[in-house]
Write a protein that binds this ligand. Structure first.
Ligand code: AKB
Length: 316
C-alpha cells in the first residue's frame, strides 16, 4: 500500500524542512502538511489542524487515508518553563491524541521526536548512553521522557509501530527554531552574516550536543524506513551529530568574519543547558539501523554562512 503521510507541526524548524523531504520521497500528493496555523507556503496539501482536538485529527486521518504520522508539534524547553502546567497539558494531550487515533484507525507508523532534554543531572555528562537514568529538569524534558514510555507502551500493548529519536539541538539555514535552549546555535549565524553583535544567553564554554539539519532529516527517514524487526529500542534512540560550545562556534565564524562580536549574558536557559549532556553515545542507532552523522562543526559553519549569505542577498 502507498504511504500517505501526515506531518503535525509542519511550520516548525524541523517540520518545514522534513515536509519537503517527505514530498520528495513519497510524492507531493502523498504528504499532508499540517499546523495549528497557516503560515508556511508549502506546495502540496496543507491542513490547519489543532492536534489537541481529537475529532479534528481523526477527520484528517480518515479523509486522507493516512498511514504514517510524524508528530512534531511541542512546546520546547525554554518556552515551556513560562507555563509549566499548560506545557505539560499541551504536549501530552497532542501525543495521546496521535497515539489513540493511530491505534484506532490502523495507522502503520508513528514518529514521535524525543530530545536530549530527557536527561538530567544523574546521567553521565559525557558520552551519555541510551540507557542512562532519566531525571529531566524541564517540563518539556518531562513530557518527552513520559512520551517515550507511552510510545513503548503502545508498541508493547497494541503493536503500534511508534519510533523515536532523541534529537540534539538542530542547526539549519532553512528555518528558525523557536522556544528552545539550543536556539542560540542558529541565531548566532544570522547575526554573523548580518555583521551584527550577538548576545548569547549561554556561557561561552557550555558544550551541548548538536546536529546539522541534513543529518537530522536523514536520521529520521532512515529510522522510519528501517525494517520493523531492526528497531530494538521502543522508547527512543540516542542520536549524535557533533558537540560544541558557543566559543567553539565563534572560533569557526571568525575564520569568515574576523571582526565578529559576541557578548555573553547567560539567563535561565544556562541552568537548563547545564543539566543536559555534553555529548551523546548513539551506538545503538549505529548498530540497529546504521546511523552515521556526516557533518562536523567546521562543515556546518561553512554551509550555514554560505547559505545565509545567499538568502540575505536574495532578500535585498
Ligand atoms: C530545545 O532546546 O528545547 C530543543 C531540544 C534540544 O529538544 N532544541
Amino acid at each position: 500500500m502507498k504511504a500517505k503521510v501526515l506531518v503535525i507541526g509542519a511550520n516548525g524548524q524541523l517540520g518545514s524542512v522534513l515536509v519537503k523531504e517527505l514530498q520528495h520521497h513519497y510524492g507531493l500528493d502523498n504528504v499532508v502538511a499540517s499546523d495549528i496555523r497557516k503560515g508556511h507556503h508549502f506546495k502540496g496539501k496543507f491542513e490547519e489542524l489543532d492536534a489537541t482536538d481529537r475529532e479534528q485529527l481523526t477527520e484528517v486521518v480518515l479523509r486522507y487515508g493516512i498511514t504514517q504520522i510524524y508528530h512534531l508539534a511541542a512546546i520546547l524547553s525554554a518556552k515551556g518553563e513560562a507555563d509549566p502546567l499548560a506545557t505539560w497539558d499541551l504536549n501530552m494531550k497532542m501525543l495521546f491524541n496521535v497515539l489513540e487515533v493511530a491505534r484506532i484507525h490502523g495507522v502503520d507508523k508513528v514518529f514521535f521526536p524525543s530530545s536530549i532534554a530527557v536527561f538530567g543531572e544523574d546521567a553521565p555528562w559525557v558520552n551519555t548512553p541510551n540507557k542512562a537514568y532519566l531525571n529531566p529538569a524541564t517540563v518539556y524534558g518531562m513530557s518527552k521522557a513520559a512520551g517515550e514510555q507511552w510510545a513503548q507502551y503502545y508498541f508493547l500493548r497494541y503493536g503500534l509501530d511508534v519510533r523515536s529519536l532523541r534529537y540534539p539541538g538542530i542547526i539549519g539555514y532553512q528555518s528558525l527554531p523557536g522556544g528552545g535552549t539550543t536556539d542560540y546555535a542558529v541565531d548566532i549565524f544570522h547575526k554573523a552574516v548580518l555583521e551584527e553583535e550577538f548576545v548569547c544567553f549561554l556561557n561561552e564554554d557550555t558544550t551541548l550536543p548538536m546536529i546539522f539539519m541534513e543529518d537530522a532529516i536523514r536520521a529520521t527517514l532512515e529510522l522510519m524506513e528501517a525494517p520493523k524487526e531492526d528497531i530494538k529500542i521502543r522508547t527512543a534512540y540516542n542520536l549524535a551529530g557533533s558537540s560544541f560550545s558557543p566559543e567553539d562556534i565563534v572560533k569557526e565564524i571568525r575564520k569568515f568574519y574576523p571582526e565578529f562580536k559576541i557578548r555573553y549574558e547567560p539567563d535561565f536557559r544556562q541552568d537548563i543547558a547545564a543539566r543536559w549532556p555534553k555529548s551523546i553515545n548513539d551506538i545503538e542507532a549505529t548498530m540497529d539501523w546504521g546511523w552515521k552523522p556526516q557533518y562536523s562543526l567546521e562543515t556546518i559553519v561553512r554551509i550555514m554562512i554560505d547559505k545565509l549569505r545567499e538568502q540575505y542577498v536574495a532578500q535585498q
